[in-house]
Write a protein that binds this ligand. Structure first.
Ligand code: KG4
Ligand code: ZN
Length: 343
């Protein structure tokens, strides 16, 4: 079964053709990073317009790279939630139109589910995670621990009370004057830093939930203290006073703390769910090398599949179909900028 996966939830315009949920025949991702690096973050209206410009060329390229025509495609899968409203609209309107035009079944896939299923895209049956699975989903918009008793079944057992961990990487990068997106910039800067230079507090959140807004503020206060500036000093100016070594040390210390927090919650989750067979990590932050090294037993997507892409949407769709999920009406599919994976 060949599925065309379409993803436009944030600032990547992506399409891919995947066979039987695991074999990637093509995977085209057009990133808007260059546009938003200039602004230091995503501007939703600009993102939607860029999606509109490249959506059809990206889909054509995905078919071409897969040496496929519409006749070869068995189903279309598209991200319908959660994400930026305008961005989701472009992807779903395109997918709906193509489904009607080419008479293909259309499936609506939740973005976090897609991230999780990036871990089933390694093409080797013997190396796949086994159930029950514990999934740590860490992206720019989400930080959740999911319990997955079987394919396509998700229970949220931990979530963030405020910022997502990726958002925290992005905000700390801004304080340090590192370019957008913050995650990869922090990881790179951290390579030359001392992770034990600055002691940053761990948030006191009960159970399996997270909080990352306090960690961002802790970095802000530590930077102000290091520079001997008052807390009233504007955060956007701090970067102008930091030396490259201080930036590297802050990046390393922050990254170490963030990774430790994620690992602590994950081991608490494992103690509460002793039947778990595999741990999978998913979402943009799963590209982080320090986290990969801290969790040698866990499954991680191939690095190129950690961020947003169409292949993971197609993979998730394949397992939805196998679990009995029915296609949606292409004339009626709605988008949901904020909807839980449980709904
Ligand atoms: O999954 P994703 O591409 O988009 C969302 O669904 O949000 O995740 C993007 C997030 C951003 O916050 C970005 O800074 C973070 O993933 N990220 C990283 C790394 N690469 C991307 N965070 C830490 N280390 C990385 N290497
Ligand atoms: Zn994502």
């Amino acid at each position: 079964m060949k599925i065309l996966g379409i993803e436009t939830s944030c600032d990547e315009t992506a399409a891919a053709v995947v066979e039987d949920g695991s074999r990637i025949l093509s995977n085209v991702v057009v990133s808007q990073i260059d546009i938003f690096a200039e602004y230091g973050g995503v501007i939703p209206e600009v993102a939607a317009r860029s999606h509109l410009e490249v959506m059809m060329p990206v889909i054509s390229k995905a078919l071409e790279d897969a040496s496929s025509t519409w006749d070869d495609i068995d189903a279309i899968a598209v991200t319908y939630a959660p994400g930026l409203l305008g961005s989701l609209l472009i992807g779903t309107l395109t997918a709906r139109t193509l489904a009607i035009l080419h008479d293909k079944p259309l499936y609506a896939v939740h973005h976090l589910k897609s991230h999780v299923y990036a871990n089933w895209l390694n093409g080797n049956e013997t190396m796949l995670p086994s159930f029950p699975v514990l999934a740590l989903v860490i992206s720019g918009g989400h930080t959740q621990i999911l319990y997955m008793p079987a394919h396509n079944e998700f229970e949220i057992i931990g979530t963030t009370h405020d910022d997502a961990v990726g958002e925290c990487f992005d905000k700390v990068a801004k304080i340090l004057g590192l370019p957008y997106p913050g995650g990869p910039s922090i990881a790179k800067a951290a390579l030359g830093g001392d992770p034990d230079k600055y002691k940053l507090p761990h948030p006191k959140v009960e159970g399996l939930d997270f909080s990352f807004s306090g960690l961002k503020t802790a970095v802000l206060r530590a930077v102000q203290k290091e520079l001997g500036l008052p807390i009233s000093h504007p955060s956007y100016d701090l970067k102008n006073h930091l030396t490259p070594q201080q930036i590297a040390d802050f990046a390393a210390s922050f990254q170490k703390t963030a990774v430790l927090i994620l690992c602590e919650k994950l081991s608490l989750a494992l103690s509460k769910y002793p039947d778990v067979q595999s741990v999978v990590v998913a979402g943009g932050v799963s590209a982080n090398q320090a986290l990969r090294e801290a969790l040698p037993e866990a499954y991680f997507p191939e690095r190129s599949l950690s961020g947003d892409n169409g292949a993971m949407v197609a993979a998730a769709c394949y397992y939805e179909i196998k679990s009995g999920v029915k296609p949606v009406d292409p004339y009626k599919l709605n988008i949901y900028p904020r909807i839980s994976i449980e709904s």
